[in-house]
Write a protein that binds this ligand. Structure first.
Ligand code: PEP
Ligand code: MG
Length: 567
């Protein structure tokens, strides 16, 4: 038995036999055709592209059930329909008389070089999609319509398999998740890759970053995959299997226990009510928010409407999404954060310049103020959707009051333009700011004059306070939400906001961590906004915690300059 550890990116536990599959690098020999075959070769290339387009459309139509999943796979269609691909390949066939396969290989080489120069993690992760789709077209040209990866799945139709792969494309995850695939161990990948996003949406456990996995795992090994901790146990013994089975049983027992609290409002043991809101990235998550009976949406990360497409979401499209969410949530609050693009979330359509320090660059509200037209489109959609529910707007990456006042001016202009055009909207909208840059913590009094509410984004507050990149594995030990400076920042924010009667929520990941809850309650926060999957566990912790005791713990921790988990 051996245990290796990677990065958990999609939660859950899988038990099964593994299939190890190493993707071959695309092997195509340099080959030329006779000049009189050029026309036929171009025709062959076009047919292969059409075949692949049809296959991708088939995955979209038959295997995927929600818009977000479909959207993720649609990037393949964009690659296949890219006029540059057609132009370059046809030119190579015409001018150099290369076979379509070889021309495609050269095209991929060119793409590889430009991706290699990219420092942006989000964009560089898109390379695997290019590689995957081009390999599939080459398969068609070689007369191999059953792609080699599909064969791995097709040849193994029975049993519970955990796939051990270099990487897997989002299309493959989507196609096989309902079948025998119980989980994936991947050498490559990260939390922000599409593969991770789609696996989370589908509930498949995935561990990535297992750099040495092909030396450690052989086909047929028995595996235990822990998508919570990142552990992969190879050829487990009976005792470990028993342990994992009991973790699974315990998980389902705990879930059943937690379900019992679903109708109880979150209140501390001594009676302080703490509304629980949810963080969402895509519209479909609203169904889980409603099922968990959360009190509203505390953070809708709208940037996901902008990513992975070659156009900008127009006002009407955004309006529909915001309206749907607001209507489903009825009169419950829906806090829509204006797009927080930049950092590791880049939309090609905003023509973002490459930056040396993207997290310190043109991110969040800075980008919105730099491109007011795009910002105005979003604000108008929000004001229109506000007729259908209880929408509030929140600005990300606020570092000074000026950004809020400039943003408010833009909101006022939007209201005026909607009024002039006689477009139905509700101008009464509450305005909030995210407190995620240390400077904002110390400007809270000035911000309170302009804002109705605040939400502390500890994911960023930790990285900016401790100078530790939130996505850099090598500085993980410095990225410590338990650092005393973070407790102080939270307490300064809450105390000052309360002087102006402004409520403060926490929407960073710490709000989803039951261990953190007593420290947040003791810091006097007014509500929490968390991952929908954690609502019941966090509620249970609140029900079991006394507010007066939590306050005392925080007081002591502040005095001792410590920020410890409550025992
Ligand atoms: C945060 O920074 O804590 C936050 C909630 O925003 P995001 O994770 O989207 O940056
Ligand atoms: Mg943030």
């Amino acid at each position: 038995m051996k245990t290796i550890k990677g990065i958990p990116v999609s939660e859950g536990i899988a038990i099964g036999r593994d299939i190890v599959y190493r993707k071959e690098k695309i092997k195509v020999k340099k080959k030329k055709i006779n000049p009189d075959q050029v026309k036929a070769e171009i025709e062959r290339f076009n047919q292969a592209i059409s075949k692949e387009l049809k296959e991708i459309q088939d995955i979209i139509d038959n295997y995927l059930h929600n818009e977000k999943e479909k959207e993720l796979i649609s990037s393949y269609i964009l690659i296949l329909k890219d006029p540059l691909l057609e132009e370059k390949v046809i030119k190579m066939i015409n001018e150099s008389n290369y076979t379509a396969q070889y021309a495609l290989k050269l095209y991929l080489q060119e793409i590889t070089e430009s991706f290699a120069k990219m420092t942006n993690k989000y964009l560089s992760e898109r390379f695997s999609e290019y590689e995957d789709v081009i390999a599939r077209v080459i398969d068609h040209l070689n007369g191999n319509d059953n792609h080699s990866e599909d064969e791995v799945f097709n040849n193994n139709k029975e049993g519970d398999y955990i796939y051990v792969l270099d990487d897997i494309s989002p299309s493959q995850v989507a196609k096989h998740y309902q079948g025998i695939a119980k989980g994936f161990c991947l050498a490559k990948g990260s939390k922000t890759s599409h593969t991770a996003i789609i696996s989370r949406a589908l509930g498949l456990p995935v561990v990535v970053g297992l750099e040495n996995l092909f030396n450690e795992i052989q086909t047929g090994d028995e595996l235990l995959l822990n998508g919570h901790t990142g552990e992969v146990v190879i050829n487990y013994d009976k005792a470990t299997l028993k342990k994992y089975r009991s973790i699974l049983e315990e998980e389902s027992r705990q879930n059943a226990e937690l379900e019992k609290t679903i109708n109880i409002p979150a209140r501390t043991a001594d009676g302080k009510k703490i509304p629980l809101y949810c963080n969402i990235e895509i519209e479909q998550e609203v169904d889980t928010v409603i099922r968990k009976k959360a009190d509203g949406i505390g953070l809708f990360r709208t940037e996901y409407l902008f990513i992975d497409r070659d156009d900008l979401p127009q006002e009407e499209e955004q309006f529909q999404v915001y309206r749907n969410i607001a209507e489903k949530m009825k009169d419950k609050p829906v806090i829509i954060r204006t797009y927080d693009l930049g950092g590791d979330k880049i939309a090609g359509t905003t023509k973002h310049k490459q930056e040396n320090n993207p997290f310190l660059g043109c991110r969040g509200i800075r980008l919105s103020l730099k491109k007011p037209q795009i910002f105005k489109t979003q604000i108008k959609a929000l004001l229109r959707a506000n007729i259908h529910g209880n929408i509030m707007v929140m600005f990300p990456m606020i570092s000074s009051p000026d950004e809020v006042s400039e943003s408010i001016k833009i909101i006022e202009i939007c209201k005026e333009e909607l009024k002039q055009n006689k477009t139905e909207h509700n101008p009464n909208i509450k305005i909030g700011a995210m407190i995620e840059i240390p400077a904002a913590v110390f400007c809270i009094a000035e911000l309170a004059k302009m804002c109705d509410f605040f939400s502390i984004g500890t994911n960023d507050l930790v990285q900016y306070t401790l100078a530790a990149d939130r996505i850099n594995k090598d500085v993980e030990r410095y990225y410590n939400p338990y650092h005393p400076a973070i407790l102080k920042m939270i307490n300064i924010t809450v105390a000052n906001a309360h002087r102006f009667n402004r409520p403060v929520s926490i929407c960073g990941e710490i709000a989803s961590d039951p261990d953190f809850i007593p420290l947040l309650l003791g810091s006097d926060i007014d509500s929490l906004s968390l991952n929908p999957a954690s609502v019941l566990a966090v509620k249970k912790k609140i029900l079991d915690t006394r507010y007066d005791e939590a306050k005392e713990t925080v007081r002591k921790n502040m005095k001792n300059n410590a920020f410890k988990k409550q025992d």
